[in-house]
Design a protein around this ligand. Structure first.
Ligand SMILES: [Zn+2]
Length: 503
């Protein structure tokens, strides 16, 4: 039973050593062991030897077991090489998969350190390493990363994906290249210019299909360096463009309504009348009228609002109980941990105060982002509450309903790879009353071949997007410390694949 447990829990030891003793000493575990084999090969000539010259002790740090640091005490034999032609007289045995010459750590621990370095780089990695009982300084981890191989392939993969990612705060960009068929990163380029990508493609022929976003630099590079390759404007980016069109539409609506509400409100027209003539909800009209700039309506929830979010339910409850004194409510939630200002609380309560009836259980109005998300999502993926909410919005804004129909048609075409329907979709968008949809359509026309390919062939760089996210993650963990070369090595060494649900 004991041997069985060791085989299962310490497979890297069980294969090569005979464990003699396991003891808990202080906060850690000490394993005493000797090599299992009775002979060892000479490192120079490879001849197996059984003639023992002497023995000595060696210590190895291993990976933690059960959360405790593990030290291995090995008794190592020095053998004599008996081959007449070999210049070496003696050699120390190495245990395959466990020790390396002069190494003070097991290979398993070295692999763990390398993985930590690859993922978290310097300082963050060093902190994690301590917790995992395989201490390594930031510099050591970075040295590990520098030692990683970073050879790009000699040939381009058959189906190549390319996309850019921000290297520094959104104004310096690099490019990540993906083998779409295997789902692995092929290379990382220091910028996203046509020149760099062209040079890369020229040195590595073989790309038959290139999935790219709609950036013209990549299109140009492929035309120059791989003119026979089919270009695919990838579906993810098509969708993103449509999404932005929709978002733009919603923002334009907000602006239009804001202007209309203020024009009437400034003339002294009542909220009720404005609401009727603009076919807007009175609450919305009031909100628009109270906003001093349209940006207030478009902006994401303010910091102060976010800080109050955890207390919203409590404030609503107290309001229902009849406590409408904002100063008192402020003190109450402050005692419970709220760190914001009393002014924020007062402002938060204002809509409750101005509502006709004290109905505090109002649901929050959806944000622009939420509306866009609901417009571009498949109806099946919405909760019944979201569907209801969307129905209300669409009923109030027929243009949004048209847009939603268009988005639905476009999504169906993408899902079914009905690229032949594209001319019809473009025509519909061009004939639309919505300027953003018209410009979306004319953009599609500019890149028609690639867009059609993207809507017809099963390849898409949705997978590239996943890798871009991973590159961004690696970059955040220590790009400040490291340079581009380090980042590139870490990305290339990380062999994990990215699984993407197809659109
Ligand atoms: Zn030898």
């Amino acid at each position: 039973m004991r041997d069985q447990i060791l085989d299962v829990l310490l497979p890297h030891l069980a294969a090569v050593v005979a464990i003699q003793d396991i003891q808990v000493i202080g906060p850690g575990v000490r394993i005493t062991a000797v090599a299992a084999a009775d002979a060892a090969p000479c490192p120079d000539c490879g001849t197996n030897s059984r003639r023992i010259h002497d023995r000595y002790g060696r210590r190895l740090a291993d990976v933690a077991a059960g959360g405790q640091p593990v030290a291995i005490r090995l008794t190592v034999r020095r053998f004599r090489c008996e081959a007449a032609s070999c210049p070496r007289r003696t050699f120390a045995e190495q245990m395959e998969g466990l020790t390396v010459r002069y190494g003070r750590r097991s290979q398993l621990q070295e692999r763990m350190r390398a993985a930590i370095g690859r993922t978290l780089a310097g300082r963050a990695g060093a902190r994690l390493a301590v917790m995992l009982h395989c201490t390594a300084s930031p510099d050591t981890l970075l040295k590990r990363v520098r030692a990683l191989p970073a050879e790009p392939p000699e040939k381009s993969p058959r189906v190549l994906g390319v996309d850019d990612f921000a290297l520094k705060c959104g104004h310096v960009y690099g490019a990540v290249l993906i083998n779409i068929e295997s789902g692995t990163v092929v290379d990382v380029l220091p910028d996203r210019t046509a020149e760099t990508f062209t040079a890369w493609l020229q040195q590595r022929p073989g790309a038959e299909i290139v999935c790219r976003d709609r950036a013209s630099a990549y299109a140009e590079a492929v035309r120059t360096a791989a003119p026979d390759a089919v270009q695919i404007a990838d579906r993810f980016h098509l969708w993103l463009n449509l999404y932005k069109t929709v978002e733009g539409k919603r923002a334009a609506n907000t602006r239009r309504h804001f202007a209309a509400v203020h024009e009437m409100h400034d003339k002294g027209v009542s909220i009720e009348v404005i609401s009727k003539s603009l076919r807007m909800d009175p609450k919305t009209v009031r909100k628009y009228a109270h906003a001093t700039t349209v940006e207030e309506l478009l902006a994401p929830p303010r910091q102060s609002r976010r800080m109050l979010q955890p207390w919203a339910e409590y404030l609503n409850m107290r309001w229902q109980e009849g406590c409408t004194d904002s100063g008192r409510l402020f003190r109450e939630i402050q005692e419970r941990g709220y760190r914001g200002s009393s002014r924020s609380v007062r402002r938060w309560l204002e809509p409750l105060r101005s509502a006709d009836a004290p109905v505090p259980k109002r649901s929050e109005a959806p944000t622009v982002r939420q509306v866009v998300g609901r417009l571009t999502r498949h109806p099946d993926n919405l909760t019944s509450g979201q569907r209801l909410c969307l129905k209300h919005i669409l009923a109030r804004c027929p243009e949004l309903a048209d847009l939603r129909r268009y988005v639905g048609d476009f999504a169906r075409m993408m899902r079914n790879l009905d690229g032949h329907l594209l001319p019809r979709r473009i025509k519909a968008a061009k004939g639309s009353d919505l300027p953003p949809l018209r410009s979306f359509a004319s953009n599609l026309t500019k890149d028609l071949d690639a867009v059609t390919a993207g809507l017809t062939l099963p390849y898409s760089s949705g997978i590239v997007e996943g890798h871009v996210n991973r590159v961004n993650f690696l970059k955040r963990q220590g790009y400040g410390r490291a340079n581009f070369d380090l980042l590139r090595r870490r990305v290339l060494a990380d062999t994990s694949r990215v699984l993407v649900t197809p659109l």
